[in-house]
Design a protein around this ligand. Structure first.
Ligand code: AGP
Length: 613
């Protein structure tokens, strides 16, 4: 959702904040703004649209100071225009505020403040925070107390940063609920703040992560944490492993392109030293699961959103096959709105690249209340999902900036396979021969992925022929049915082409009516247990004048003879096959979006981390 950056120290603050915002623009790009304190007064620059507009404005009308805060907006309340862009200030220019989240009780608060002669200038919920703080200042409270009193009145989930000309040496930040992370970066005589670490990674790797209800008073010398009731708390500093270069686009045109290309390396890092390739034994020390714990699991629920939920559907196959545990997959956004049957023999696995998706965190809370043990697969170290879990598998892919998730998807598939193997080994359901076979497949995987990505599947011909089509159908079966869903989602997100993923066997129950010579059908037909069935689906499509783009194994002449176009991946173990199968589908979506002239890294209406419900 929205992105926030803050800085206080000895360097030009607005420049550092603007650069930080550039790294966070994937979180929202409806408008952007920066506030600082210049010559004792709050100075604000903000504009609608992408960050580039703000940058142009700052170039012609610069502001600077020793502290600054900035915001990229993904609009919830109020149109995405300049008036509603953050930071918001009061009429007298005493206080400025940026928010990520929603003030649920902003209407009664606004009425109350208007009755006290506060005049609102925007349609946003955020502006009530400004006036609440200002009201407390008018009543004689110091800035920190005024903020604390204001924050106590808010309902909802938020990350908020405030500054005041009355306290020009500090920023005040709070995290309330699951509206998104706030990370404080510690420097030498300077302190940083950001919604996501990539914004400040070039300056420091010393991070402190804020929890729900933590308030931070940030100065150049450091940060003091307290709770809403004023109790001072000590927090632990973490030195993160991410390399600052990994958050840069480098020679690539788009982050998505870079992240697709990085997958050979990110898969190698994900497998890392967790697998003994001789014996097949898997070690996941941060999972915190003993063999007795593993034996006591009666069922698993995997919960996630979007791409992570499609990864979960693949994980179901892996875990049921290797660990013999019944697995249910549930969208996190649906999970808590029914009566999920969960007990203390249920293991809940949450999958989240960001570790901050509001729906996923809410589902985890719900499962915890009902007695489940929580584990998670997350990419962002220190994220809320990691911190509320009993055990975690970190993805090891480095920061994922492209809004369309790619390398985090393949990492989460491998992490689930490792989890399934570890559970199978602890429960005695996975024998040594199969462990060894899987370990060997994992050993070969990074190089195979590298070959798929480097080699010449002919996207140009396919893209030139189909880029103006309005609809695509993706068919898959078995463990590769979720890959059809993911391939279709990638195309939708960045190409804005309607695409539907469907279990191939269900086609005859309805979607077959859609088949004509104008709607391309992408069929995943690998040499696996459902190969013959997929061939028969392709024949059914062809018999109705359909056009087939088949994703098949290299050298498969039978599929090649049937299909109009072919994309290939090498053969591997069936449980590893989805990792390779998704790669050409990511590339296809990428090339299609570029051909259509779309903004691949900032697709319309989307944000990278969905931290509102
Ligand atoms: C992926 O391409 C999407 N942009 C989106 O579906 C994403 O996977 C989803 O919002 C979940 O995010 P998370 O993994 O950070 O929880």
């Amino acid at each position: 959702m929205c992105g926030i950056v803050g800085y206080i120290g000895h360097r030009p603050a607005t420049k550092i904040v603007l650069n930080g915002l550039k790294k966070l623009e994937y979180r929202g790009y409806d408008s952007a703004g920066i506030a600082t304190i210049q010559n004792g007064k709050i100075a604000v620059r903000r504009d609608e649209g992408k960050l580039h507009n703000l940058e142009t404005m700052l170039a012609s009308s610069p502001i600077n100071g020793q502290l600054a805060m900035g915001h990229t907006r993904w609009a919830t309340h109020g149109e995405p225009n300049r008036r509603n862009a953050h930071p918001h200030t009061d009429e007298s220019g005493t206080v400025a505020v940026v928010q990520n989240g929603i003030v649920e009780n902003f209407i009664p608060l606004k009425k109350e403040l208007e009755a006290r002669d506060h005049h609102f200038q925007s349609d946003t919920d955020t502006e009530v925070i400004v006036h609440l703080i200002d009201e407390n200042l008018r009543q004689g409270h110091d800035f920190v107390t005024a903020c604390r009193m204001a924050f106590r009145r808010l309902r909802g989930s938020h990350a908020i940063v405030a500054l005041s000309k009355l306290a020009p040496d500090k920023l005040v930040a709070i995290r309330l609920g699951n509206a998104g992370g706030v990370t404080i970066g510690l420097g030498d005589g300077e302190t940083f703040l950001a919604s996501d670490m990539p914004a400040i990674l070039e300056h420091t790797r010393r991070m402190v992560f804020m929890e729900d209800g933590d308030m931070a008073v940030i100065t150049a010398a450091g940060v003091e944490f307290s709770r809403l009731d004023g109790t001072v708390i000590a927090k632990t500093e973490t030195t993160v492993a991410w390399d600052p270069v990994s958050a840069e686009k480098g020679e690539y045109r788009h982050f998505m392109q870079k992240e697709i290309a990085e997958q050979a390396r990110s898969l190698a890092d994900t497998i890392g030293t967790r697998v003994d390739f001789e014996t097949g034994a898997v070690h996941l020390p941060d999972l915190n699961l003993s063999p007795d714990d593993a034996q006591s699991i009666r069922r698993m629920v995997i919960t996630a959103c979007g791409t992570s939920a499609y990864a979960a559907l693949v994980g179901k196959f892996m875990i049921e096959s290797l660990a013999k545990i019944p697995v249910e997959v549930d969208y996190a956004s649906e999970f808590r709105y029914r009566e999920p049957v969960i007990d203390d023999h249920t293991l809940l696995l949450a999958i989240s690249q960001s570790g901050e998706t509001a729906d996923t965190l809410a589902a985890m809370d719900e499962a915890r209340k009902r007695g489940a043990r929580l584990i998670s697969i997350v990419n962002v170290q220190g994220s809320m999902a990691e911190r509320i879990s009993d055990g975690t598998i970190l993805m090891h892919t480095g920061p994922e900036i492209g809004v369309a998730s790619t390398k985090a998807f393949t990492a989460s598939l491998v992490d689930q396979l490792l989890l399934a193997m570890a559970l199978g080994q602890m429960r005695g359901t996975l024998d040594a021969a199969e462990s060894h076979a899987l370990a060997q497949a994992l050993l070969a995987l990074p190089a195979q992925a590298g070959n798929v990505l480097a080699d010449g599947n002919d996207f140009e011909t396919i893209v030139n022929r189909f880029y103006e089509r309005a609809h695509f159908l993706y068919l898959g079966r078995g463990i590769n049915y979720p890959i059809a869903l993911e391939g279709a989602l990638k195309l939708k997100e960045i190409s804005y082409i309607h695409a539907e993923g469907y279990p191939a066997g269900e086609m005859k129950h309805g979607p077959i009516a859609l088949i004509d010579d104008w709607m391309p059908v992408v069929a995943i037909a690998l040499r696996d247990a459902v190969y013959e069935k997929m061939i028969s689906q392709i024949e059914q499509v062809k018999a109705r004048n359909g056009t087939v783009i088949a994703l098949t194994n290299s050298g498969d002449a039978r599929v090649a003879a049937l299909a109009d176009h072919v994309l290939t991946v090498p053969e591997t173990h069936p449980l590893v096959s989805p990792v390779l199968a998704v790669l050409p589908l990511q590339q296809l979506a990428y090339h299609m979006a570029v051909r259509r002239g779309n903004d691949v890294d900032q697709p319309r209406n989307l944000a990278k981390s969905v931290t509102v419900e």
